[in-house]
Every structure is written in C-alpha cells, then in structure tokens.
Ligand binder design. Sequence first.
Ligand SMILES: C[S@@+](CC[C@H](N)C(=O)[O-])C[C@H]1O[C@@H](n2cnc3c(N)ncnc32)[C@H](O)[C@@H]1O
Length: 228
Amino acid sequence: MTVSRIRKRDESLLFLKQLIKNPKSLGAVVPSSPVLADFICSHVPIFDNHLVVEIGAGTGRFTQALLRAGVKPENLAILEIDPDMCTFLRHNFPQVNVIEGNASQLHTLLPESWLGKVGTIISGIPMVNLSKEDQSDIITSCFSVLNDTGNFLQFTYGPVSPLPTKKLGLKKKRLGHILLNFPPATVWRYWKQTTVHDVKWEKKSEKLDKIKEFVKFKPRLLLREEND
Ligand SMILES: C[S@@+](CC[C@H](N)C(=O)[O-])C[C@H]1O[C@@H](n2cnc3c(N)ncnc32)[C@H](O)[C@@H]1O
C-alpha cells in the first residue's frame, strides 16, 4: 500500500501553532526526524495479528514510519489529545483509526475487542513534562490494554529514563540514542515485571513471613527464658 506523504508546509505550520498554544503538551520544537521514527518502529514486531497503538501521534511521523515498516492500517490505532492534530491525522491517514482523547483514558477509547490484546504501544507524549500522577494514569491505562508480553516504547530528550520504573512496577531497557534528531533522543522500552520476577518476589515474601513469625514468637521465648 502507498504510505501517505505528509505535506511539510502544513505540518510545520500546525506544529508552530501548537507550540504557541500548548508548548508543555507538545514538548518539542519540531516533529521527530524520520531516523528516530524508523528506529523506534524497527522495534515493533511485524506480523498479522500484532495490534499497535500510538499515543501522542502529533503530525503522524511515527504513524508514517509504522505503515512504512509494514504495520497494517487495520492493526493500528493512533491517539492524539489535540483536535487540530486529529483533523490533520485523519486527512493524512484516512485508512487508520484516529482517536481524539487523553492517553490516560486509552482503555475507554479503544475498541473493546482490542483490550488486553495490544502488542506494542509507541508514545510520543512528553512524559517528563507531566506530573507523577498523570504519568501513572497514562501507564496504568496503557498496560491495561497491552497483552502479557506487551511493550511500551517511549522516546525522550533527557539522559535518564523519563518514567519512574520502580514506582510503576515496570522494567526498562535503553534501546538506543539517535543523534539525527533535534534534539538528539533516547528510546526506551518498558514492560511489566515478568512472572519469573513475581515468583522471586513471592519467595522473598515467604522469607519475610518467616521473619515476622519469628519476631511474633520472640517475646514468648524471651518470657519463657525469663521464667526459667
Ligand atoms: C512531541 S509531540 C510528538 C508528536 C509525534 N509523535 C512526533 O514524534 O513527531 C507530543 C504529542 O503528544 C500529544 N499529547 C500530549 N499529552 C497527551 C495526552 N495526555 N494524550 C494524548 N496525546 C497527548 C501532544 O498534543 C503532541 O501532539
């Protein structure tokens, strides 16, 4: 299929307008470069039933790269909070499901048949500009629609992970650093702590329970010792 070519002048004007209107939500001065878009999309498995969701789609740089990489339009849903961006996206990607809304409500906005079945979520949302509560709401919603082995891909301009993984119960991996982007960006992969990890955690809890039991009985032992 032919991938729609975004009209550069319209895109630049729209980006500039959004930058003036809501710089914090936009979080960038220009759209992501094709190099960053291709890099992040190269980490999306391409097979028939792999459902992909893009959040914070902006002017569709990642949408274009996902389609170019071979993701079928019917397996792709893109979410954007800004109505003007959504109009632009619908015009440029008529074959893709463009959803207007906040990523913290993703679980209520996706088709019901997609819930728990999404394989990859790509995020263009500037997480570092959000409060911890907003980050947590978005991550909770996203992981409620991902399947058990689902991945959440996020880029950031800073040197460290833009998400507090321990607090959110996630694991992370730095996938790469892209110099050919303005500003240069780092791509992170996040996923839920695995079953193996949960088993380890259960073992730790068992040990903790034994210690608690010991502590509970200790005063009685001491008392007995005293009585002796
Ligand atoms: C840095 S732009 C990224 C656009 C595009 N993905 C790219 O890389 O060029 C961030 C986009 O996220 C959108 N956004 C910010 N917060 C959002 C939220 N809570 N839910 C959905 N979209 C959001 C903004 O409107 C903006 O279009």
